[in-house]
Design a protein around this ligand. Structure first.
Ligand code: SAH
Length: 474
């Protein structure tokens, strides 16, 4: 499969900066299953530049390595299939790997260019579309592309055999490169019927992450989610629900937890989760909070502890993931609570990066192991939502202390504790962030270790306790 991107933006060779690939070089990359990707520039002139990504796969290796319940196939399929030639979900994996910075909107040298709409033309050959030209138009035209389609006959020498479902697709638009890559990343697997790996929860996250800012408004969002998630009904429903929330909030969001056995396992040895909730509870008790928000409540472990304590008269759990709220409702046995108990607790579906009137006026808010799930560019929105609009008297924020990771034998060096973590901070990093927030929004902040406090690297969890400044203190 060949994926070319051409721009006439001047100087056109800036494309090399955006893609983090030097126009004068040909670079090769190893992909999974023995496949390879090559990036080169057939044209690199000041007024026109084309980057080409060519992916060659080993069809046998790829089919043989297929996993998952639907993985079994006839033997002939191992040797005769269209995988080497068509753009498939594998191409998306390659794009994510080879053009990772550009896909994530990062460009060290030319940040302004990332945000600039450029005249772009992308050609993908070839794309399978069993839904024909109609499907291709339905997917790409609402995104503002002019579409040029060339359908290939089944066999050039035997025109009477008719047309194949394969197209060379050219997309033209003036748009940001990052957007174009995200569109292609999501829509190629939508067009392809096959998927080389098993679809799981993290595919929902990827769909939403790379669909951010456009998928919620796409008229075919339901079909896109269904096909991207390979007709896994429950995943597709989950993705759609979250897209609908996003649409309602009129922008994009992301995030939901993935049950990562690694995090569970690493932390179980210390029962750190319990220690964390114990510490949070102790602080809430000591400050005399009665009306409490648990922001990013997840499956409701902390909520369950809060419900047991009569000091807390109103408890509200908020999470962006509908699925974990369902788990929380089950864990709390909301259904079977007495009416009096039931009145004390509310679960709300919402995102911490959008202002929400329902959250104003509480004594305290806990934000336990949540911030590290936010994309760094969304942190500023989160800060305003929590500290400016929600504005609890007390806010308790916990996050991993990355210095402590070296003490975990099961954690490979340099890796984070959870695959959905966008960052993990050292104590200095967390404290500098927290002090900045406190200063900007009129809070004091102090820090408490949670878990065994190692002389050298500190405790596994770090807690920031924010208290709103009184008028006299200001
Ligand atoms: N506080 C819980 C769960 C931590 S996991 C506990 O201590 O066990 C992080 C949680 O934050 C997940 O449930 C995830 O869905 C939620 N989350 C991530 N981004 C969010 C956002 N923008 N708004 C609300 N919740 C979010």
């Amino acid at each position: 499969m060949l994926f070319t991107i051409t721009t006439t933006h001047q100087p056109a060779t800036d494309l090399g900066f955006l893609l983090h690939k030097h126009p004068a070089r040909c670079q090769s990359f190893k992909l999974a299953f023995g496949a390879q990707a090559h990036v080169f520039y057939p044209v690199a002139e000041p007024n026109m530049c084309t980057a080409a990504l060519q992916i060659s796969v080993d069809p046998v290796g790829m089919v043989r390595n297929r996993r998952g319940p639907r993985g079994e196939r006839g033997t002939l399929d191992h040797y005769v299939n269209d995988r080497p030639y068509v753009a498939s979900s594998f191409s998306s994996v390659a794009i994510a790997q080879v053009y990772s910075s550009a896909l994530n909107g990062k460009c060290r040298d030319m940040e302004g260019l990332v945000a600039t709409p450029l005249p772009l033309e992308a050609t993908i050959s070839v794309v399978p579309s069993r839904g024909g030209e109609g499907l291709l138009r339905e997917l790409f035209e609402p995104l503002g592309y002019e579409l040029l389609l060339q359908r290939h006959p089944l066999d050039e020498q035997f025109p009477e055999w008719g047309e194949s479902p394969y197209y060379t697709v050219t997309l033209r638009a003036t748009t940001q490169l990052q957007k174009l890559l995200a569109h292609v990343y999501v829509l190629i697997p939508v067009l392809d019927n096959e998927k080389h790996y098993w679809v799981g929860q993290d595919e929902v996250e990827k769909l939403l992450r790379f669909g951010e800012g456009w998928l919620a408004d796409h008229p075919a969002k339901a079909a896109i989610s269904r096909r991207y998630l390979k007709y896994q009904g429950s995943l597709a429903r989950q993705a759609l629900e979250r897209l609908v929330v996003e649409e309602r909030l009129s922008a994009a969001d992301e995030d939901s937890p993935t049950e990562d056995p690694r995090e569970e396992a690493t932390e179980k040895t210390l029962s750190l989760n319990e220690q964390r909730h114990g510490a949070v509870l102790a602080v809430l008790e000591s400050v005399g909070a009665q009306r409490v928000l648990d922001l990013g409540c997840g499956e409701g472990r902390l909520l369950r502890a809060l419900v047991k304590n009569r000091q807390f008269t109103e408890i509200v759990g908020v999470d962006v993931s509908h699925r974990v709220l369902e788990l929380a409702a089950a864990r709390l046995r909301l259904e079977r609570m007495s009416p009096m108990q039931r009145e004390r607790i509310t679960l709300l579906h919402g995102s911490l990066t959008y202002r929400d009137q329902r959250l104003a006026g509480f004594d305290a808010a806990t934000i336990v192991e949540v911030i590290e799930h936010l994309d760094p560019p969304r942190l500023a929105a989160f800060e305003r939502v929590v500290f400016e609009f929600t504005r609890p008297n007390v806010a308790i924020v916990t996050t991993p202390n990355s210095e402590y990771n070296v003490r975990w034998e099961t954690l490979p060096a340099g890796s984070m504790r959870h695959r959905d973590h966008r960052f993990e901070w050292t104590r200095a990093e967390f404290q500098s962030w927290a002090r900045g927030v406190a200063e900007r929004f009129g809070y004091t902040v102090r820090f408490l270790p949670v878990g065994p406090d190692d002389a050298e690297v500190g405790s596994p969890t770090q807690m920031g306790l924010f208290e709103v400044l009184s008028e006299a203190q200001k």
